[in-house]
Write a new protein. Structure first.
Length: 371
């Protein structure tokens, strides 16, 4: 159960949700540049942060969604209710300076929305780095080969196997529907406050719990992600500048060594947790799954380091990054605000972790005895 100490910790860290640099504040904007912006979606994770980034810049925001997720989140905004796959009538006769699409998963989604909003000034589609065919195997940039499906229109549901290819076909539909005025933003793992997947949250939450923490591979292996607040600020900047094309919105500026990430988690949680680094091949043999049970870890790299996705073009287009401590502290604060004892959606089960740690200890002891 949550303790008084947990709640005091949450209170002490809650300010981190708003901490960190305002990555748009340094750029001036004339009053006559105010945009009318439609967000398709807008009430789950990236959407709310994008709303706040837009409002901080003085833009007028309208939301279009089904009204099911957090319907009372922005009572002062214009809310248009509909279904992008069945009923877009709420958008009849509407034109916006920019449209930000956070929830398109099938090409037909984009065909319908771009047809309805064709007179709008700009279209930003939030895609994914999963569109790349070999993103996990070799370094990748915007020119790398993409996944595709022979008959994408026949796909009726999203799976791990078709997700990236469907997003690529969505990108194509967006470019076709809004020629010359579309940008496809390809983020990696999006992290930070309001994240519902816990794929980053697991680490600060687990380290805050203390004790011995199982960690995968080597502490110098780098990992990539993007703070949701930095992504939101970048999207706003792209809309203001009408930047077109394809951009990998991934960070940080350089991949963060896993050891540095876990050290930041210890600092944020004021934790004395012991990090136990276990061999990658041995973990795989124990049935410990990369990514799902060991978040941010993609498995043992084929070379001397994990493959990376290039962010050079995005940085040139204005993508900026807050510090690791900010991201970790804000993520932990949000987690604690929900209750420190809540069950996480990602990460290894505590009982399994304890068993794997015991087996690792026995392995090391046996090896030491053999010497």
């Amino acid at each position: 159960m949550s303790t008084r100490r947990d709640f005091l910790k949450a209170a002490a860290l809650t300010s981190a949700l708003l901490a960190g640099p305002n990555l748009l504040a340094a750029t001036s904007r004339r009053g006559d540049d105010k945009m009318k912006v439609l967000i398709i979606g807008g009430t789950r994770f990236l959407g709310p942060h994008t709303v706040e980034a837009l409002r901080a810049r003085g833009h007028e925001v309208t939301l279009f969604n089904r009204g099911r997720s957090n319907p009372g989140l922005f009572p002062d905004l214009e809310q248009l209710t509909g279904d992008r796959r069945k009923d877009l009538s709420a958008l009849d006769g509407r034109r916006f300076d920019a449209v930000i699409d956070t929830c398109g998963y099938f090409p037909r989604d984009l065909e319908l929305s771009t047809a309805k909003l064709a007179d709008s000034g700009f279209y930003c589609f939030v895609s994914t780095v999963s569109v790349y065919k070999s993103a996990d195997d070799e370094d990748t940039d915007e020119s790398s080969e993409l996944l595709s499906l022979e008959h994408p229109e026949a796909e009726k549901r999203i799976t791990n196997e078709n997700y990236g290819a469907l997003k690529n076909h969505c990108e194509q539909a967006a470019m076709k529907g809004m020629p010359g005025k579309c940008v496809n933003v390809r983020p990696g793992l999006i992290v930070g406050p309001r994240d519902e997947t816990d794929r980053f949250t697991y680490w600060p939450a687990r380290i805050a719990r203390g004790g011995r923490v199982l960690a995968p591979g080597k502490p110098d292996w780098g990992t990539q992600y993007i703070d949701v607040r930095d992504l939101a600020a970048f999207i706003v900047r792209l809309c203001e500048r009408k930047t077109t094309g394809h951009l990998n919105a991934i960070g940080p500026a350089k991949p963060t060594p896993m050891g540095d990430l876990l050290a930041a988690c210890k600092k944020a949680a004021r934790s004395e947790a012991e990090i136990v680094w276990a061999d990658a091949d041995w973990l795989a043999a124990q049935g410990v799954q990369a990514w799902g049970e060991m978040p941010l870890y993609m498995g043992k790299p084929k070379g001397d380091r994990p493959a990376i996705v290039s962010n050079v073009k995005a940085v040139a287009a204005g993508l900026g990054y807050r510090g690791l401590d900010d991201t970790v502290s804000a993520t932990l604060a949000y987690h604690l605000s929900l209750g420190a004892d809540r069950k996480l959606r990602a990460g290894i089960d505590p009982d399994k972790e304890a068993k794997v740690l015991a087996a690792w200890d026995a392995k090391l002891k046996s090896e030491q005895g053999a010497k």
